[in-house]
Design a protein around this ligand. Structure first.
Ligand SMILES: C[S@@+](CC[C@H](N)C(=O)[O-])C[C@H]1O[C@@H](n2cnc3c(N)ncnc32)[C@H](O)[C@@H]1O
Length: 222
């Protein structure tokens, strides 16, 4: 299925936003105690074996994954965020790849595919395709593990009331504005959507306003 030109434009603008935001990105992690707490919950998530991290950004999650993984392959489209991630995640079992996730074939299969604050940036029309690519990246017995904003975080977002229903406006410190994709998933609805695609998923709201999930691809049971 082709992507609508609206979604294509939105995703290009979203990429430009994260490239431009790279030098500002980490301040939110420094300022928000709830994000620091969320990072600490990595210890409770099933991160095992060879890990593929999608949309690693500035590498906030990458060193935590690397501590638990045999290897981490961390992919992001932005050279600007990757430069910061490379300085943060210096462990020898980490490698970085610059690629558009919707245009990238993994060179191998992984035991864990992890994505932090990425699912909410996938347009609804590309949701099935995204999960198919995650399934194709998983080795037998492998699992997808993710964290994201929960529905209560929507109050902090400048949601656009355009025809798409999944766009938001973000501003950088210099005042420049970008449209991005932002979908606030609810835990039960996300489990239902994944079940409809054949996945077995547990998705839960964390103590603060985030979602966490563990999902097994079609053909496997929890
Ligand atoms: C909200 S950030 C999440 C970063 C990191 N995972 C975290 O939790 O802090 C989204 C990331 O997705 C990346 N990105 C956006 N569109 C992408 C695409 N099509 N392919 C790969 N990465 C993309 C951006 O460069 C940005 O680093």
């Amino acid at each position: 299925m082709g992507m609508s030109s609206y979604d294509a434009a939105l995703m290009a603008e979203q990429m430009a936003y994260y490239r431009a935001r790279a030098p500002e990105y980490d301040s939110v992690y420094a300022e928000r105690a709830d994000l620091q707490e969320l990072l600490a919950t990595t210890a409770e998530l099933p991160i095992v074996g060879h890990v593929l991290e999608l949309a690693c950004g500035t590498g906030q999650w990458t060193p935590l994954l690397a501590e638990r993984a045999r290897s981490v392959t961390a992919v992001d489209a932005s050279a600007e965020t990757l430069a910061i991630a490379r300085e943060r995640a210096t462990a020898r079992n980490v490698r970085f790849v610059r690629a558009d996730l919707f245009d990238w074939q993994p060179p191998r299969r992984y035991d864990t595919v992890f994505f932090g604050f990425w699912l909410s940036h996938v347009p609804p029309a590309r949701f099935p395709e995204f999960w198919r690519s995650v399934a194709a990246s998983l080795a037998p017995g492998g699992r997808a593990v993710f964290v994201d904003d929960g529905p209560t975080e929507a109050v902090h977002e400048e949601l656009l009331t355009d025809e798409s229903g999944h766009a938001a406006l973000r501003r950088l410190e210099d005042g420049s504005a970008y449209r991005i994709v932002k979908v606030f998933h609810e835990a039960q609805d996300l489990m239902d959507q994944l079940a409809a695609l054949g996945w077995s998923a547990q998705v839960w709201q964390t103590a603060r306003n985030f979602l966490a999930g563990v999902a097994l691809p079609p053909g496997r049971k929890v």
